[in-house]
Design a protein around this ligand. Structure first.
Ligand code: UDP
Length: 424
């Protein structure tokens, strides 16, 4: 089949990261945002985009339309319930069968798939045994890196590492989201395979258009508050403990204007509740209850206000291949203090758009936060440079243009091979 390059079609496969759910709860985070934003941006570039994921509740619709040519399609594979990602592997063969069934029943065979996270990479590699399809893959998290910083390695690790290696060596293209991720893939996974660096993006229209004063008023914060902001999943690897301890050691600790906002997380009883309880306990142990605010999951509408209201956004992760929160804050002209690891070394330019601190080093984080909070003019200067950097390098539309170019090159290559084979 010669694929149409006018309205080409693509399947984005994200087995455990549903692109249409509320972000910020349980395991929903950067991958969900990435798939949805890439899908919608590609649709604006005339692609017909189907985003496949796993049904996790019986009452979810099977299809969610985002744009006329962009939709989420939920396949039933395993329980119609939340399953932690480390327990999903056994359901993947059914996911593959359901995908094939979808193609048969609609008569639409995808020439190109972009898989996300190692679980989906396995699905992609299986599909290649059934049909002529090219695979692009984004890791979102690399097992070989992640397991370095974990005390208890899960039982699935051996399988994951093998699948990640095979995918790197066989996918038509791997998209690393930062040069740091590419280097880790090369040094820790395999020296074979084709890797392009195409970053993640953010919506530069959504962020950066509300003043700090207006945002603080809308959120009920004092105009002269000193606001330190974290947002993300409640997962020990996100390093929330470090920002809490850093605020506990800050010079401004006794300043009654100091506010620590820790956004994200589900309601009690969900899988991320244990970390939330632990962090709340730490806040209490350090006597920071009066200065700390846990607003819970922050909606799409409110998120720009929180970033704009903050003096500094802290990203204390133990590791990030990219880290969307960083560029969302930067797009909002808010400087970032981040761990000196992975993709955070790519997005944050120390001394220009924020500061980097050694991972888990609460004292270094405290110093960096104090440096920014105590110099408002410098803070503003960092914020302006941060916004410029995102506009130049990390807008979703810019990212989608790079992906569009890559996909078209692959489809053209496949067509050329096909035409050679049939002697046209
Ligand atoms: N997020 C959100 N509301 C929340 C918590 C998180 O919208 O309450 C979003 C956040 O804005 C970002 C994503 O979830 O877009 C987290 O992505 P990131 O790459 O920083 O971390 P990951 O979840 O991939 O570890």
């Amino acid at each position: 089949m010669v694929s149409s390059l006018h309205h080409p079609s693509i399947a984005l496969i994200s087995v455990h990261g549903d692109p249409s759910v509320d972000i910020g709860r349980e395991e929903a985070g950067g991958q969900n945002v990435y798939v949805r934003q890439v899908g919608e941006a590609l649709a604006r570039l005339e692609w017909d985009v189907s985003m496949f994921t796993r049904q996790t509740h019986a009452d979810q619709p099977q299809v969610v339309e985002h744009l006329p040519n962009c939709r989420t399609i939920r396949l039933t594979a395993g329980p119609e319930d939340f399953v932690p990602r480390d327990d999903i592997f056994d359901y993947l063969p059914v996911f593959v069968q359901e995908f094939l069934h979808y193609q048969r029943s609609t008569g639409h065979v995808f020439p190109l798939i972009h898989t996300n996270y190692w679980l989906s990479s396995w699905v992609g590699m299986q599909l290649k045994q059934h049909q002529a399809v090219q695979q692009v893959h984004t890791y979102h998290s690399v097992g070989a890196v992640k397991y370095q910083s974990m005390d208890a390695i899960p039982a699935i690790a051996t399988t994951r590492l093998e699948v990640e290696r095979r995918c790197l060596e066989t996918a038509e293209r791997v998209v690393a989201t930062s040069p740091q991720e590419r280097d880790h893939l090369r040094s820790l996974v395999s020296s074979y395979g084709r890797v392009d660096v195409i970053p993640c993006g953010t919506d530069i229209e959504r962020f950066g258009h509300v003043s700090m004063a207006a945002a603080r008023q809308a959120l009920g914060l004092a105009a002269d508050a000193k606001v330190v902001f974290y947002v993300g999943r409640f997962d020990p690897r996100k390093g929330i403990e470090t920002v809490v301890r850093a605020v506990g050691q800050s010079h401004l600790r006794q300043d009654e204007r100091l506010r620590l906002i820790i956004g994200g997380g589900s309601r009690p009883g969900h899988s991320d509740g244990r970390e939330r309880d632990r962090i709340e306990g730490l806040v209490a142990d350090l006597g920071l209850q009066d200065q700390t605010w846990f607003p819970g999951r922050i909606s799409d509408e409110d998120l720009p206000l929180y970033y704009a209201a903050a003096d500094v956004c802290v990203v204390p992760s133990h590791y990030e291949p990219f880290g969307l929160v960083t560029i969302e804050a930067m797009a909002s002209s808010t400087p970032v203090v981040a761990s000196d690891v992975g993709g955070l070394q790519y997005t944050v330019v120390p001394g220009e758009t924020g500061l980097l601190a050694p991972v888990r080093d609460a004292e270094a984080f405290a110093q960096a936060i104090d440096q920014i909070l105590s110099q408002p003019d410098w803070r503003d200067q960092l914020g302006r440079a941060a916004r410029d950097r995102v506009v130049d390098y990390f807008s979703w539309d810019g990212v989608a243009i790079q992906l569009d170019r890559l996909y078209r090159k692959l489809l053209l290559g496949a067509d050329a091979r096909y035409l050679n084979q049939v002697g046209a």
